[in-house]
Write a protein that binds this ligand. Structure first.
Ligand code: TRP
Length: 463
């Protein structure tokens, strides 16, 4: 429920918020934004795509993508939000003019939040389910253990049950508002996540035989394994993992006060997100290599391959692992919902509770389509079903197009004075960032979009 300091007075004009909630501290903001960035993308997706695209060289390209695409775009989003003090749709109008065509980027962002959360919650539900499976213990032959995943995904009843629980948790936190919901929970979930991951990485590196191999797989680049497809996937992943392209950082930035240090904070958030992805990679690949398994099995790496290994390591490793995954997913899902909620609160004058309940329910209902159609995943058919459709469409089209518009807006529309002011004490990086946003980031993002459309000639598509 809204606390005294955490309310929006929208009584006068629904599009103009008089008093806006703000993070209690810089640390609170950093934890919440890092929580948004660190999610299934870091712990589920990053390790498996690194496995698929061959390790070290892919990691290097990914690091480059974070610097030339991720960081400048995060700065751009935070500037827009911090300056406008509004949700993504309102923010473009505030910084440009009422009815500005740039608000399309905001609309796209709200729609992306809606779509992404619907299937994100289904995967997060599996993570939640696996905490309990891990508690009971993984037993039987490798086939039987791997089969548990197919059973879960293939059973609409169970998938829907866990999706329901996860969405309820997400709504429950966002209803609490910025300070008492999102910030408070981020302050609990993020340190817990870090401690668990640190423990798992330590175990992987020093208590299994796979540690050295994992380090060499991730940090010893073999460029002969790198494909054009890998480069473009690294670029696309930089978007998703940093929560960019849909105004999540605009929204979180809008709860920053005017003394915020945008550039320094963006660097911290990107650094932490990358650190966690690499730590997760080390923890997971140490285990995979210590049992002589293949790193490139794809999306099933976490839910199918790891449980077979967990049967050997026991609950002490498996239970914290799936808690880690669930915590990471939860601190991201709240940011997805907050983007949608902030629009209805700011622009439509809804109360926070009403916006959370109505939008949470609608997103939940859309998610049912993914929960049921995820059945096809089991057979390795990633091209069909609502789940794949939503995932594919949002990651490949909606986020990059949103990101491109945000980048062009800050680079070419917003006045130099405004940008420079928001840069504050990080003035030395100003020129380089603006030049990157003007010329380099848009081209890189355009490549991601063309890649999504399968329009780049030298990349082989299909599988
Ligand atoms: N960054 C999250 C992850 O890595 C996913 C996510 C949360 C996201 N909010 C987002 C992605 C906003 C894009 C936009 O799992």
């Amino acid at each position: 429920m809204a606390s005294g300091t955490d309310w929006h007075d929208t009584s006068q004009h629904p599009t103009r918020v008089k008093r806006r909630a703000h993070w209690t501290s810089r640390m609170g903001f950093i934890l919440a934004a890092t929580g948004s960035a660190i999610g299934l993308g870091n712990i589920w997706k990053f390790p498996y795509i690194t496995g698929v695209y061959g390790g070290g060289a892919f990691v290097l390209v990914y690091l480059g993508s974070v610097i030339i695409v991720g960081l400048p775009l995060m700065i751009a989003e935070l500037i827009i939000g911090r300056r406008a003090q509004e949700n993504p749709v309102g923010a473009f109008q505030r910084l440009h003019r009422d009815g500005s065509p740039w608000q399309i980027a905001g609309w796209l962002g709200v729609a992306s939040g809606f779509v992404i959360l619907s299937f994100y919650s289904v995967v997060a539900g599996w993570a939640l389910a696996y905490i309990f499976k891990a508690l009971v213990g993984f037993e039987g032959t490798a086939d039987q253990i791997q089969g548990q995943f197919s059973e879960l995904v293939g059973s609409p009843t169970w998938s829907i049950l866990w999706h329901t629980i996860f969405m309820t948790l997400t709504v429950g936190i966002v209803v609490g508002g910025i300070r008492n919901g999102i910030e408070r929970w981020s302050k609990i979930l993020m340190p817990a996540l870090f401690i668990i991951l640190f423990g798992l990485m330590f175990y992987g590196l020093f208590f299994t035989h796979g540690g050295m191999k994992a380090i060499s797989f991730l940090f010893n680049p073999d460029f002969s394994k790198l494909s054009a497809e890998g480069v473009l996937s690294a670029l696309g992943h930089a978007f998703f993992t940093l929560s960019l392209g849909m105004g999540a950082m605009i929204t979180y930035g809008s709860y920053m006060k005017s003394d915020a240090r945008i550039v320094q904070d963006a660097i911290t958030i990107s650094f932490l997100d990358t650190l966690i992805a690499l730590m997760a990679g080390l923890a997971i690949f140490s285990l995979v290599f210590s049992y002589g398994l293949e790193p490139g099995v794809g999306p099933g790496l976490i839910f199918q391959t790891l449980p077979v290994l967990f049967a050997e390591t026991g609950q002490l490793i498996s239970v914290p692992f799936f808690m880690l995954l669930t915590f990471a997913a939860l601190s991201s899902s709240i940011s997805l919902l907050e983007v949608v909620v902030s629009y209805f609160v700011d622009e439509r004058g809804w109360g926070r509770t009403k916006a959370c309940l109505i939008m949470g329910t609608l997103i939940y209902l859309l998610g049912l389509l993914s929960a049921v159609s995820a059945l096809k995943l089991v057979y390795g058919d990633w091209e069909t079903g609502f789940f794949d459709l939503f995932d594919y469409f949002s990651t490949n089209y909606m986020l990059p197009v949103g990101g491109l518009l945000i980048c062009l807006f800050i680079a070419w529309v917003v006045k130099d004075k405004v940008r420079a002011e928001e840069f504050g004490s990080a003035g030395r990086l100003y020129k380089a960032t603006v030049l990157t946003l003007k010329y380099i980031t848009p081209i890189a993002v355009l490549l991601v979009i063309l890649h999504g459309l399968e329009l780049i000639p030298f990349v082989e598509y299909g599988q």
